[in-house]
Design a protein around this ligand. Structure first.
Ligand SMILES: Nc1nc2c(c(=O)[nH]1)N[C@H]1C(S)=C(S)[C@@H](COP(=O)(O)O)O[C@H]1N2
Ligand SMILES: [Mo]
Length: 434
């Protein structure tokens, strides 16, 4: 069965092929790959040496990106990263899942994971503006919004998690013996917050959304991203289909009742509920509205599934998050044998609320239901608990397996992909009874 996203991708490709002639920043290589995927290579003339998508010059936000004072151990992250809460991974900070046991449903801003391609730009709300531009606007002229302009639109508050597409990536190696590229997160590249902002739909309509628009592409004000081999991919940006943009996407300026912290996109970020984290562009400075399909490295070479089990030219661009569970325990946590413990964890899914969690304390031999503490909600997680008395000292393996409202259950293994996205397998969590 084709997913709506796949149908969407094909529609975009058809629109492209229908001959809106200009290449909107698509590399020849990318175009060739897309055409090959669609079985159309050779049938369409390719624009040679197409220029990178050009923004409206300096209109892409007037805020200056000052160099962020980085924490000593994570260059570019502004907030403190105490070891009890975070594991630093390059320019990123992973939340230690065990530290969430002390928190409620929402992840405190201080403990929320940070995924930075480069460094947090320290921006000032007063200097910030958002430029909405592109040939998908009916009048074709760029429109600017200040934060005060946004705040005059109807306010929306909602809870949602933001989770990196690579969350759990380290388990491809640790649990499945497979090598993948990218940050080797365990399970803490996720946080849930209460966000406040405005509907992107309201902003787009206010900007003069035209009938021909098909894609919108928010872009961050952080620095250009250079890959390990030195290729400049430009500023972080990823197209969204207009249908999603008009559905439930927000532009948010508050996180858990506070102004959005610097590391999480101050003063304004995009929030794309239930989709992979890269869709939720931080420090958004401009949004291109296009009558043609848009491409960026973040929906072509990145954030698709590549590898032996996937189409030679990659899957469709990833959209919704997958399903996962995590124990609020350190790896190899010590638990007293012969004592009853109340163990806790969380489960979530991008395709529906989690309705059932089963746990095993004997490495998967026997299973029993966990006690659920939250109502299943789309875009949210559920907290759960289970009582367990380790019978004798020694090593044990804890497992938790979630099922969502769509009937999807975590599998035993995740199909490999070279960039380690969307790990969804039941995690084997080692503990020691002492
Ligand atoms: N401008 C910009 N937006 C960005 C990123 C970035 O590096 N720059 N990282 C993305 C990725 S990959 C993820 S997972 C989320 C992480 O959001 P957080 O740092 O607030 O937890 O932000 C997304 N938005
Ligand atoms: Mo991410």
């Amino acid at each position: 069965m084709r997913s709506p996203e796949s149908a969407y991708d094909r529609r975009r490709l058809r629109q492209w092929l229908a001959g809106e002639a200009r290449a909107a920043g698509v590399s020849r290589r990318t175009m060739l790959r897309l055409l090959t995927t669609a079985g159309l290579a050779g049938s369409v003339p390719l624009p040679l040496g197409a220029p990178a998508a050009a923004g409206p010059g300096s209109a892409a936000g007037s805020a200056g990106a000052a160099d962020a004072p980085g924490a000593a151990d994570a260059p570019g992250i502004v907030k403190p990263l105490p070891g009890a809460w975070f594991t630093v991974r390059g320019t990123n900070a992973e939340t230690r899942f065990a530290s969430l046991a002390e928190t409620g449903y929402h992840t405190p801003n201080e403990r929320f994971f940070v995924r930075n391609h480069t460094a947090t730009p320290v921006l000032t709300a007063d200097d910030w503006s958002l430029t909405v531009w592109g040939d998908g606007l009916s009048h074709g002229r760029p429109v600017e919004f200040t934060l005060d302009d946004l705040k005059r639109l109807p306010a929306v508050t909602r809870s949602a998690f933001v989770e990196c597409a690579g969350n759990g990536r380290g388990l491809f190696a640790a649990q499945q013996g497979q090598s993948v590229s990218g940050t080797a997160w365990t399970l803490g590249a996720i946080g849930a917050a209460r966000w406040r902002g405005v509907r992107l739909a309201d902003v787009l309509r206010r900007a003069g959304l035209g009938p021909g628009a098909v894609d919108v592409m928010p872009r961050g004000l952080d620095a250009d991203y250079l890959t390990a081999d030195g290729t400049n991919l430009g500023r972080v940006r990823r197209p969204l289909p207009l249908s999603k943009a008009l559905d439930d996407v927000l532009l948010v300026h508050e996180m858990n009742g506070e102004p959005l912290p610097h590391d999480h996109g101050h003063p304004v970020r995009v929030l794309v509920p239930s989709w992979i984290g890269i869709a939720s562009i931080k420090w958004v400075g401009d949004i291109q509205v296009s009558a043609r399909p848009l491409y960026s490295p973040w929906n072509t070479d990145l954030y698709r599934l590549f590898g032996d089990s996937h189409p030679a030219q990659g899957s469709e661009p990833l959209t919704r998050q997958t399903i996962k569970s995590a124990w609020e325990l350190d790896w190899d946590a010590g638990l007293r044998a012969g004592t009853e413990h109340r163990l806790t964890g969380r489960s979530w899914s991008g395709t529906g609320g989690v309705v059932r969690v089963e746990v095993s304390t004997d490495g998967g031999g026997t299973w029993r239901p966990a006690r659920m503490h939250d109502t299943p909600r789309r875009d949210g997680w559920v907290r759960w608990s289970v009582l367990w008395r380790p019978p004798a000292p020694g090593p044990y393996t804890l497992l938790a397996r979630a099922t969502d409202s769509g009937g999807r259950t975590q599998p035993d293994t995740t199909v490999h992909n070279t960039q380690g996205y969307l790990f969804d397998a039941v995690v084997r969590h080692p503990v020691r009874a002492v």
